[in-house]
Design a protein around this ligand. Structure first.
Ligand code: COA
Length: 325
């Protein structure tokens, strides 16, 4: 038995913010952003739109594709660092929106690795025989955590949501393995200092801009490439495959230079690598399920194909999965 992806869905907000728009907000240029990151534009949630709204639409689309009703979902697990509230879990709001009465729901906090952490958790749940169907979601409204006066970070991120529906099936196809890692020693290279228990909301904290994402891009870059390469190889080796066996590499879409450096080290060709970071920027936990949905609808994922996915994010966290489509 395997946990097989039987449905995919995604949602991107309508509003497009281009690099030219950013030129009017901070001291940057289209050329700098494209050269350093490959990003041309990103989506920004409407004022009345938040993470649960986007996640609900993406999840409903995955259920529609699979022809599965809300009452038949056993688990909803969502990777997000920009939930609607500090608590409770945004997955519970999605559960209510969908009317998935039987399902239990929780969020996973692993930054840009959130979707793969959620997938691993849902896969273990299904493989243990406790339930048959799990919605795995990655959804973010990063535009509300980004400091729009900080050119080092604001050009990189965007909003969106993606989802896959996993179903227990007697099949050779499905999730083959998941591999997860963390190293909390790197906390301050990529994090949001406020307003959790360490620095609760305060007037001073607002003045110090503690509620915004902070990053040391250079340092993150180096560790990201190394970790993505290592964890991708780990997934291939664990299953007795090499890069040549991979049909599509669908990595976390952080930026083009990280992706190019990683695919080069793995010996993957351009045709084997799925890239959409130029359209959406880094949507953190949402990039992989959005990319899976796009790749599927572009006809790039066919039964029997071997899909390798890997992510890296704040924590630091990183992980990979190998999937037989
Ligand atoms: C952020 C990143 C694009 C910056 O590129 P870089 O080549 O490392 O650039 P540096 O940080 O060395 O900065 C070089 C210069 O560009 C400037 N700069 C930074 N952002 C800029 C922007 N948007 N526009 C113009 N100049 C900018 C810096 O201020 C610096 O100027 P200085 O030399 O006068 O101090 C790159 O480090 C990166 O991609 N890091 C990984 C980030 C990431 O993906 N994080 C999420 C992981 S999940």
């Amino acid at each position: 038995m395997k946990a097989r992806i039987v449905g995919t869905g995604s949602y991107l907000p309508k509003k497009i913010m281009t690099n030219q728009d950013l030129e009017k907000m901070v001291d940057t240029s289209h050329e700098w952003i494209v050269t350093r990151t490959g990003i041309e534009e990103r989506r920004i949630a409407a004022e009345d739109e938040c993470t649960s709204d986007m996640a609900t639409i993406a999840a409903q689309r995955a259920m529609d594709m699979a022809g599965v009703a809300a009452e038949d979902i056993d688990l909803i697990v969502m990777g997000t660092i920009t939930g609607d509230y500090p608590w409770p879990a945004t997955a519970c709001i999605v559960q209510a929106n969908l009317g998935a009465k039987k399902a239990f729901a929780y969020d996973v906090s692993a930054a840009c690795s959130g979707f793969l952490y959620a997938l691993s958790s849902a896969n273990d749940y299904i493989m243990s025989g406790r339930g048959k169907r799990a919605l795995v979601i990655g959804a973010e409204t990063l535009s509300r955590s980004v400091d729009w006066t900080d050119r080092n970070t604001c050009v990189l991120f965007g909003d969106g949501a993606g989802a896959v529906l996993l179903e227990a099936q007697e099949s050779e196809s499905g999730v083959l393995s998941c591999h997860l890692h963390s190293d909390g020693n790197y906390l301050e290279l990529l994090y949001q200092p406020g307003f959790g228990a360490k620095h609760p909301a305060s007037v001073e904290g607002i003045g110090a801009r503690l509620s915004y994402l902070k990053m040391q891009g250079n340092e993150v870059f180096k560790v990201a490439v190394r970790s993505l390469t290592q964890v991708s190889k780990e997934a291939l080796t664990a299953n007795g495959y090499t890069s040549a066996d991979v049909t599509q590499f669908i990595p976390h879409q952080a930026n083009l230079r990280i992706l190019e450096a990683t695919t080069k080290r793995l010996g993957l060709t351009k045709e084997q690598s799925f890239i959409n970071v130029h359209k959406y920027g880094n949507t953190s936990g949402a990039t992989i399920p959005i990319a899976i949905d796009e790749a599927y609808h572009q006809g790039l994922l066919k039964e029997g194909d071997l899909i390798l996915s890997a992510a890296f994010g704040g924590g630091f966290t990183w992980g990979s999965t190998l999937i037989r489509w």
